[in-house]
Unconditional design. Sequence first.
Lengths: 461, 461
Amino acid sequence: MISQTAVTALSEKLGRKNVLSEKEDLLTLGYDATPGLSALPDIAVYPTRLEELLFALQVARDEGLAVVPRGSGTGLSGGSVPHKGGMVLCLGRMNRILEIDEANLTATVEPGVITLDLFDAVMAKGLFYPPDPGSQKVSTLGGNVMENAGGLRGLKYGVTRDYVMALQCVLPDGSVIDTGGKNVKDVAGYAFKDLLVGSEGTLGVISQITVRLIPPPRSKKTLLAYFDTMPKAGEAVTRIIAARIIPSTLEIMDRTTMICVEEHAGIGLPLEMAALLLIEVDGHPAAVEEEATAVRTVLQQAGAAEIKLAADADEAASLAAARRTALSALARKSPTTILEDATVPRSKLADTFAEIERLAEKYRLVVGTFGHAGDGNLHPTVLCDERDRGEMERTHAFYEELYEKVLAWGGTVSGEHGIGLAKKAFLARQIGPAGIAVMRRIKNSFDPRGMLNPGKIIMEE
Amino acid sequence: MISQTAVTALSEKLGRKNVLSEKEDLLTLGYDATPGLSALPDIAVYPTRLEELLFALQVARDEGLAVVPRGSGTGLSGGSVPHKGGMVLCLGRMNRILEIDEANLTATVEPGVITLDLFDAVMAKGLFYPPDPGSQKVSTLGGNVMENAGGLRGLKYGVTRDYVMALQCVLPDGSVIDTGGKNVKDVAGYAFKDLLVGSEGTLGVISQITVRLIPPPRSKKTLLAYFDTMPKAGEAVTRIIAARIIPSTLEIMDRTTMICVEEHAGIGLPLEMAALLLIEVDGHPAAVEEEATAVRTVLQQAGAAEIKLAADADEAASLAAARRTALSALARKSPTTILEDATVPRSKLADTFAEIERLAEKYRLVVGTFGHAGDGNLHPTVLCDERDRGEMERTHAFYEELYEKVLAWGGTVSGEHGIGLAKKAFLARQIGPAGIAVMRRIKNSFDPRGMLNPGKIIMEE
């Protein structure tokens, strides 16, 4: 519980419209995009500048409140769910693009800037910010950094981590550290910046971000390939990489996903097929031309039933957009959608498809699988109904058994969605007691009082 | 001091040839490539497998010895100097390439593998490991990871950090953690792996490394440009990047360095010139052709006095090799060579050249400057004599004043050489008390007894 004095002080400092304390306002800040998780915070604040952020943290310290930082709430592991109540620290109103530095190829932003807004702003200057998480139209850079968000272009261009050059971070004790800079190389001291990326709001609150930009690719081509079995599609992925081609995008959808996307987007997908690969190659026009031809040959050899080349940029964009709707298309089909984030070394992709199929049958579940095949990063999605207890139990058994295999194959329980509340038990299995012990010590070293996003990522003792 | 019992136990377990305890043997393990720093350890051990490494650490714990991990001792900041005595843990005999995985594009090695050996081994399979520190013929991967080594290809391809996918790490308490994997994306838990990279042997001992490989560029072209003033060369660098060209290599040498390299390598450098840029563009042949032409145009516009295109791969290789001799060529000229590692945002490059020139004059010093201009990473090198106390004082004053500017411009005190013993005071100035406090807490969380490489990186209280 927060005292009335504290609420008043926050309203005075931040302005009344930037402080929410009524239950009906707070309800919408109790969940993110993870199904089945919600909670009611005691208060929500929207600082608009660093000074206000520091003040809010000071109040939280004085009142002994848990603090849960929040961007747009698009997270898929419960990372911004205030399950212990306390203060939701909404960073969406710290949303200025502070600088685009064309000489150093960097952009500096506040954490609440929308991912796609940054992309558009730098593109207007002939520069390119590659990370493109599925939620890029609403997600914030702060959230992207805290979750180390991936996206469709990860295979060739890497993920958010690969673009973060500097962070300004407020520690739970109120000290502000600046880590990294605009230097292309920097080995001065421990890599805080790299530790903060992906720390899911448990070590500090990011108040400023500097990212690296690159020249955009001059050309790209988009191909679609349909397969009559999933293993053939998996084999095609393996062969593309074996041919030493790194596409910018190499996405997969199974039939269940295709059916939902088709209902949603109506782009004429052939629903008798078992799988679709969406492949984008980009770069110098001559390289793109050759790679597209090479990819087509590999796809034929791998037994693709049909291969289409997008006629123009519009068609390519509509295909990519259709892929981006996969999750929402699946979500429309059933009351509950449990989306997972299993990731395996690429060589285990075909085995993983087979295992998902086997387990879906074993547990009598409808599973739609889509994801970043080139990264080995799959999103098997169970279409279910949380009111059906038996089905939910089977869903959990499905994931238990799947993750056991994924871990045995050297995979990871999360490729890009994070651990949050949803996957703490799986993480403990993956990194073992020694790993959890180090995490706990690191957490304590940043946040000895356990104020920041408590109970997230690390299993409680 | 180590007990005789412990020496005997180590000899029995590791074999006599893998344990050194005689002063004359230990002398050579008391320094690295940093001038002016040396010390005598109590014992040196060469484990050949993980079990022996764990045993050696156990003995060190029991005997209360400091442990200083060491690769080939090519470090340039004193990171492997055993200035508190204790045990030097030489990892050079754990030097097997364990696997090159062509399906997942990874290589897994022991820490003692020589950088160039890995490069050659993967190139034989048509793959590419880009990081190429100056010392790649002798340096080890373990050392590269611990120092986050850079190299000549950093501008386009990044540094060691960008290629480390997984580490096996032995913590000071003897627990072994595996962090990362062959997954292209992995957000499971805190990024230990990224924290360990560049931690200079102060948090754990790396016992196994998995790196990412990429397809090699199909073509490259090498250009040389001479300038009659340093500012013109700096301007050329700025203009190349402004033209949205990212060369794989963009190196600079000033006249002092050119003179020394010419004496050493005799490749016909025009010594009346003030600066040389060595530029390599690589990738698809058509892209390389266009970029080489565009670079040539930019160089002309920036006022290059002469531009040469390497006639063939051999000529290109000899130019790159000549650049790699810069440090040893300078080192032959004077009894002492103090090499620095100042790095600035690229836009401050020309200012930094001017400042180096001004300060060299002010302090009456001979300074040769070379480095990775495209990265803003310069190695101003004072040619001096450590027996001349006045000159050494002026050298230190030179660096003091230079780093003050570098930091004011948002630069860093180390781009690629690390902090070690040599730069602790500068680091404290760069990251401030809050930064140092966090470092100390992280160090304690990994190594509460301060056994591993004590007194390095962080200023003692």
